[in-house]
Design a protein around this ligand. Structure first.
Ligand code: FPP
Ligand code: MG
Length: 303
């Protein structure tokens, strides 16, 4: 990606951030392993399917964002774990379902055969729903989160999955995506299908950290714009990325940003949305380095 106007982070800052990112990723994965367990031998195959997708090399971007916001707001790490893991579980569940033949019919996910191609459509559908439902349980059973926070977080997570979020975005994508799609339909799809879970990842941490309305709005603006930049980059990778690096089939998207605007204009849009995301977090000057780092990592990705 071409560099955007805002100052790129210094190399040593990026290295420190990458090390931090790796540490958080390990923390998330060890907690997921404790939160998603099976004690029933009859369900071994179901949990194999769940674990196949849950540990398939995801970047854990949503929980990372949740942790960054929580740290910025001074929230103790242990209060963020259940929400961060729930966000990743919801994301993984949505990808298993997205790949099903009657949905987006994906065959390769993160460089490996899609879940249903290994375990069958019936098992994949149950793995997706099982993981989604477990996400809510994980927050509700959190031993350290106060009850009022649990209720607010679960409410947000339910809202973002339903017709106001992922389900709505996926529906419009499946039913209205084509090469004649206009900007507002495309915006609806990506705001709901992709950006909304990013936004909620910050909002849940903001809820737990008792953030002010101004802080919450700024984080939502950052996440919404970054989510958009991320999606346009996804379309650019779909149009011109390297299949081995991207880890899924390419040239599959119907009527994405590249179809509507072409490659050059789409690249400019990535920069414009990134700029908006970075502007939104200027109010956190002096403590927004990790939010800036996350932006750089996401927009320099090849997969
Ligand atoms: C991938 O988009 C799909 C999504 C980000 C969301 C899918 C949402 C659902 C299936 C509804 C919600 C369901 C659950 C279980 C939470 P893409 O096809 O553009 O990206 P891709 O190329 O990575 O598949
Ligand atoms: Mg898909």
């Amino acid at each position: 990606m071409p560099s955007h106007k805002s100052e790129p982070a210094e190399e040593h800052e990026m290295e420190a951030f990458l090390a931090h990112f790796k540490g958080t990723r390990a923390l998330i994965e060890s907690n997921l392993k404790q939160l998603v367990v099976n004690n029933e031998p009859l369900l071994d195959v179901l949990f194999k399917a769940i674990n196949y997708s849950l540990y398939s090399g995801g970047k854990r971007v949503r929980p990372q964002f949740c942790f960054i916001v929580g740290e910025m707001l001074g929230v103790p790490e242990e209060q963020l774990i259940s929400s961060a893991c729930a966000l990743e579980m919801i994301h993984t569940a949505s990808l298993i379902m997205d790949d099903l033949p009657h949905m987006d019919d994906g065959k390769i996910r993160r460089g490996k055969p899609a879940n249903h191609l290994v375990f069958g459509q019936d098992v994949a559908a149950l793995a997706s729903i099982g993981l989604l439902t477990r996400a809510y349980e994980v927050v509700l059973n959190d031993p350290v989160l106060p009850d009022d926070k649990k209720i607010a977080v679960v409410g947000k997570l339910a809202n973002v999955v339903g017709s106001d979020g992922l389900v709505g975005g996926q529906f419009v994508d499946l039913k209205y995506s084509d090469d004649t799609m206009d900007h507002s339909t495309l915006e609806y799809i990506h705001m709901n299908k992709t950006a909304s879970l990013f936004v909620t990842s910050g909002t849940t941490a903001a809820i737990i950290g008792n953030a002010t309305m101004e802080t919450t709005r700024a984080l939502e603006a950052y996440a919404g714009n970054l989510g958009f930049a991320f999606q346009i980059l996804d379309d650019l990778l779909d149009a011109s990325g390297n299949p081995r690096e991207v880890g899924k089939e390419l040239q599959k998207d119907k009527g994405g940003f590249v179809t509507l605007y072409g490659i050059e204009k789409s690249r400019q849009l990535v920069l414009a949305y990134t700029e908006k995301a970075l502007n939104a977090i200027k109010i956190f000057d002096g403590r927004n380095d990790k939010l800036i780092g996350l932006c750089h990592i996401l927009l320099n990705r090849k997969s």
